[in-house]
Design a protein around this ligand. Structure first.
Ligand code: WT7
Length: 664
């Protein structure tokens, strides 16, 4: 089957002056050796980070697919990010340059620069407070619902210091999403803020938490950080103001970093999918930190003189790994920005690059598409020539977006890659590697699996797919940074990731490997929707719709969008006695926004009388999607469900005649 990709494989870009320019053969040889002996390979990397106690066994694989990396080893993630640096000349180096969103007289109103020593002190004070005021200890789960302010990484590091597990919920999620996650994670306490600034508006986070807590049984206390200073309701005996709690805790108080086992849980982060409730991905300490150490060096080529900026929100895995633990472990100076990259004007992001002299830049296709729309004049207002290396993440990067940033910031000469990974992998798996050795770039490709990672593209039977043929992306070996399990649901972990192809990790993406060996991840093979690079499960959206009394059944699918990559569209069957109307459409859209959060904005609601089903009564989502896009489904039926080509064709004809191809 020929694959329809829009980037020519012939287009190679070989930037000048690359570090360690390598041939594909040289890299392949190195990679092959690393995966043949991946245990020893990763042990070598792990010995570059500090351990309180060295591991007994590199990999405990006695109970697959539940692997323990560096079993018997003891370390602490907050020690790696802080204590190590304050003992060196990095002590007074700036760790985080934080810029708030509001502007005043053409300048950012709130800027905070925290040195490694500042961060060390704050994390110690917060850990002290959590331990003494709330008796937080190893094994407890701390919920965090904070905007992009320095207290977010501070609380994550403080939890890690105590050996507690944290669970961050993205601050764009709604009350229902918070309570579902907090209940599942059995969080004891939640940290939030009075509000958040976003796009010039103030979002009242505290009242969202109050609503969530009506349905969250395990939470005993709420800590409220001041950011917007709007008035919030405080519940006596339950809610405490962060500044009040910290008063009187001396600046030099010290809390010993807990010696935690390599395989103990550092955090739980939820991903939503197509079936069932969100999955709590549990990440360990030893394997995770080892993978971050390697990728910060190989992928971002991080050095002491760099100013690094990852534009993600810490509420997603990109921020966990590549704003908090990765760059801080490496002692980098990094920018952390609170708000929208195009507020108050299109040039905000470029002005940040110029203001701080950003040299390593990690961004996303969605952001770039927005800048293209705004026009290149905005980036031209600023000197962005300090940038020496860039990467993108979140979804496949389209050639226009790649070329635009490569031209306007990359000067058509610096390395610019598209790093493939996912919440489950903990860190980057497939990427260009400017800090190790760099093969010629191709516009928009993901590059090669990183050393120690045996990624492959396979056919339905799990055999390696031929070059240039579409298949499923898998990882054949266990890797440091992989999830320990799905929180409280090990069976589901084995089922979702290790049952489609026995013993190997199924990523859920379609990919192609070209004849030079470069990987091109094409998008999800399941019905997970990626809105602006964020993963939205159809299950959560459909459950939200079911909350409305007029809805009998629904199917949500993603359709292409110029800006966000994909947006959700709902097909809805109404209960008897309800009449389709514009007003009802809007009501349903509002129901979903309220239930999941503002990121879950339905583009459209289409009322139908029937949804196409397979013999086993599964909705034929591919058919629904084809109708939503107005393009017949292909002939590749066997890939996804048990329906025959004719059944799919008939179902398509039926549904599209009913809705009349809404996309046209
Ligand atoms: C899914 C994982 C990992 C950080 C952000 C997303 C897609 C991610 C790329 C890329 C093509 C990509 C995949 C993957 N994806 N990066 N560079 N090229 N696709 O994490 O929310 O867990 O989503 O994002 O479809 O499965 P996530």
């Amino acid at each position: 089957m020929a694959v329809d990709w829009s980037i020519s494989f012939d287009e190679k870009i070989a930037p000048e002056g690359l570090p360690n320019a390598a041939t594909i053969e040289a890299y392949s040889k190195f990679h092959k050796a690393s995966i043949q002996n991946y245990r020893e390979f990763w042990a070598g990397i792990a010995s570059e980070i500090d351990w309180f106690r060295k591991w007994d066994k590199v990999l405990d694989d006695s109970n697959p697919p539940f692997y323990k990396w560096f079993a018997g080893g003891e370390l602490n993630a907050s020690y790696l990010c802080l204590d190590r640096h304050v003992k060196t000349s990095r002590k007074n180096k700036v760790a985080i340059i934080w810029e708030g969103e509001p502007m005043e007289d053409g300048k950012p109103k709130d800027v905070r620069k925290l040195t490694y020593n500042d961060l060390y002190r704050e994390v110690n004070r917060v850990a002290y407070m959590l331990k003494n005021k709330y008796q937080i200890k190893s094994g407890d789960v701390i919920g965090i619902y904070l905007p992009m302010i320095p207290e977010l990484p501070i609380f994550m590091l403080a939890a890690a210091r105590l050996g507690a597990t944290f669970c961050v919920v993205f601050s764009g999620f709604s009350a229902d999403a918070i309570s579902e996650r907090m209940n599942d994670a059995e969080a004891k306490i939640v940290i939030t803020a009075d509000g958040a600034f976003r796009g010039g508006k103030t979002i009242d986070l505290k009242s969202i938490v109050d609503q969530a807590l009506e349905k969250t049984k395990t939470i005993r206390n709420v800590v409220v950080v001041s950011r917007t200073h709007n008035s919030v309701k405080m519940v006596k005996g339950r809610d405490d103001n962060f500044e009040d709690l910290m008063k009187g805790i001396p600046a030099n108080v010290q809390v010993e970093p807990e010696r935690v086992k390599s395989e103990s849980p550092l955090y739980v982060l939820y991903t939503s999918g197509t079936t069932g409730k969100p999955k709590g991905q549990v990440h360990d300490v030893g394997g995770y930190m080892t993978l971050l150490h390697a990728t910060m060096k190989w992928v971002f080529d991080i050095h002491d003189h760099d100013v690094y900026w990852c534009m993600a929100d810490i509420g997603w895995v990109t921020g966990h790994s590549y704003i908090v633990f990765g760059p801080l472990m490496e002692g980098a100076t990094e920018v952390m920005y609170e708000g929208l990259p195009v507020f108050p004007e299109q040039n905000r992001w470029a002005s940040i690059i110029e203001r701080y002299g950003v040299s390593v830049f990690y961004t996303s296709p969605t952001a770039i598409r927005g800048w293209i729309k705004g026009g290149e004049q905005w980036v031209k207002m600023h000197d962005t020539t300090t940038v020496r290396l860039m990467h993108s993440v979140g979804e496949p990067i389209n050639p226009e977006a790649f070329r635009w940033l490569f031209r306007h910031v990359g000067r058509e000469m610096i390395p610019f890659g598209s790093t493939w990974w996912m919440t489950e992998t903990g860190g980057i798996m497939i990427s260009h590697l400017p800090g190790l050795m760099m093969v010629p770039m191709k516009a928009g490709t993901n590059g090669f699996p990183i050393p120690g990672i045996d990624a492959d593209v396979v056919d339905d039977s799990g055999n390696s797919q031929k070059a240039n043929e579409r298949g499923y992306l898998v990882i054949r070996n266990p890797w440091p940074g992989m999830p320990l399990t799905i929180f409280k649901d090990p069976n589901r972990f084995a089922e979702v990731y290790f049952s489609k192809f026995p013993k190997i990790f199924y990523a859920g993406d379609y990919a192609v490997r070209d004849s030079d060996g470069y990987f091109w991840v094409l998008g999800r093979a399941d019905e997970v929707i990626k809105v602006a690079g964020h993963r939205l499960g159809t299950y959560e959206l459909e459950s939200a719709l079911m909350q409305h009394k007029a809805v009998a059944e629904s199917a949500v699918v993603g359709v292409p969008d110029d800006l966000k990559g994909e947006v959700p569209v709902a097909f809805v069957i109404l209960r008897q006695g309800n009449v389709a109307s514009e007003a009802l459409k809007n009501e349903l859209k509002e129901t979903v926004r309220k239930s999941v959060g503002p990121i879950a904005s339905l583009k459209d609601v289409i009322f139908v009388s029937k949804l196409p089903k397979t013999r086993s009564a599964k909705i034929m989502r591919r058919v629904v999607k084809a109708v939503a896009i107005g393009k017949p489904p292909g002939d590749t039926t066997t890939l996804d469900d048990e329906a025959s080509v004719d059944e799919v064709k008939n179902a398509y004809a039926q549904l599209s005649s009913e809705v009349g191809n809404p996309a046209q």
